[in-house]
Design a protein around this ligand. Structure first.
Ligand code: PGA
Length: 242
C-alpha cells in the first residue's frame, strides 16, 4: 500500500474542512488506509465528527512538553486530537520561519518520544541541484535531523525538492527514484538495526502525474500540497495506483 498524504498548509478553516471531508470521505471509502490529512492546528478538532481509517497529521508543533512558550502547540495537545503523524523540516518552515537543523533534530526526537510518527521533509534548492550537490545536501539534512536518535524502528521521509514545490514543475519520476534510493541507503547506514523506512515524493504532484511517481519502486507514497485542496483531485490521487 502506498501512502497518500495531504498537506493543506495554511488553508482549510474548520468549516471548509468539514465540507471537504463530507465530499472526499465517501469518495475514498475503503481506501483510507495510508491516507493522512495534515490540517492546520485550529481545524484539527473537526476530525472528531468523522470516522474512517485515515490518519490525522499536524503541520507543526514545539518540541518542549509544556510551559512558557506563547503561541506554541505541544505534542500532547495534538495527541488529544488523535494526531498520529507530524511534518518536521518542511522547506517552508526552514525558509520562512528559520527552522534550523538543530530545531528539526529536537522535533524529530520529541515526536518519537511522544509516539507521534515524524514525517521528515528534506530536499535541495535549485541552485544546489544545478551545482550538482543535491545528494550531499539531502544526506546532510538526514544526518543532522537524526543525529541524536540512537535507535529507530521506522521512519517516514518526504523528499521535496524546493524548486518543485508549488511550481507546476515536478521532479522527473526517475530522478525522485534515484534520490529515494539514496535516502534509504543513507538512513540505513546511520543505524545498525533494520529500519522500516518509507520515502514519499512531494512537489507539484497532481492527479495527472501521481501514477508516474507511484510506478517507481522506491516511491512509497506522495505528499501533496496544492492538489490536495480540491477533494475531487485528491480523491483521484488516493485512487491512483502504480
Ligand atoms: P505542492 O506542495 O504539492 O503544492 O507542490 C507540496 C508540499 O509542499 O508539501
Amino acid at each position: 500500500m502506498k501512502l497518500k498524504f495531504a498537506n493543506f498548509k495554511m488553508n482549510m478553516t474548520p468549516s471548509e474542512l468539514r465540507e471537504y471531508l463530507k465530499v472526499i470521505l465517501p469518495e475514498i471509502k475503503g481506501l483510507e488506509k495510508g491516507v493522512a490529512f495534515f490540517a492546520p492546528c485550529a481545524s484539527l478538532f473537526v476530525f472528531k465528527d468523522f470516522e474512517g481509517e485515515f490518519a490525522i497529521g499536524a503541520q507543526n508543533f514545539y518540541f518542549e512538553k509544556k510551559g512558557a512558550y506563547t503561541g506554541e502547540v505541544s505534542l500532547r495537545m495534538l495527541k488529544e486530537l488523535n494526531v498520529s503523524l507530524a511534518l518536521v523540516g518542511h522547506s517552508e518552515r526552514r525558509q520562512i520561519f528559520g527552522e534550523s537543523n538543530e530545531v528539526i533534530a529536537k522535533k524529530v526526537k520529541s515526536a518519537i518520544e511522544e509516539s507521534i510518527q515524524p514525517v521528515l521533509c528534506v530536499g535541495e534548492s535549485l541552485e544546489e541541484r544545478q551545482a550538482g550537490v543535491a545528494f550531499e545536501v539531502v544526506k546532510s539534512q538526514l544526518r543532522l535531523a537524526l543525529g541524536d536518535i540512537q535507535s529507530l524502528e521506522r521512519l517516514i521521509v518526504a523528499y521535496e525538492p524546493i524548486w518543485a514545490i508549488g511550481s507546476a514543475n515536478p521532479a522527473k519520476p526517475e530522478d525522485a527514484q534515484q534520490m529515494h534510493q539514496i535516502i534509504k541507503d543513507s538512513v540505513k547506514a546511520l543505524y545498525s538495526q533494520d529500519i522500516d523506512i518509507k520515502v514519499l515524493y512531494g512537489g507539484s504532484v497532481s492527479a495527472e502525474n501521481a501514477e508516474e511517481f507511484l510506478k517507481m519502486p522506491d516511491v512509497d507514497g506522495l505528499l501533496v500540497g496544492g492538489a490536495s485542496l480540491d477533494p475531487v483531485k485528491f480523491a483521484k490521487i488516493v485512487k491512483a495506483e502504480p
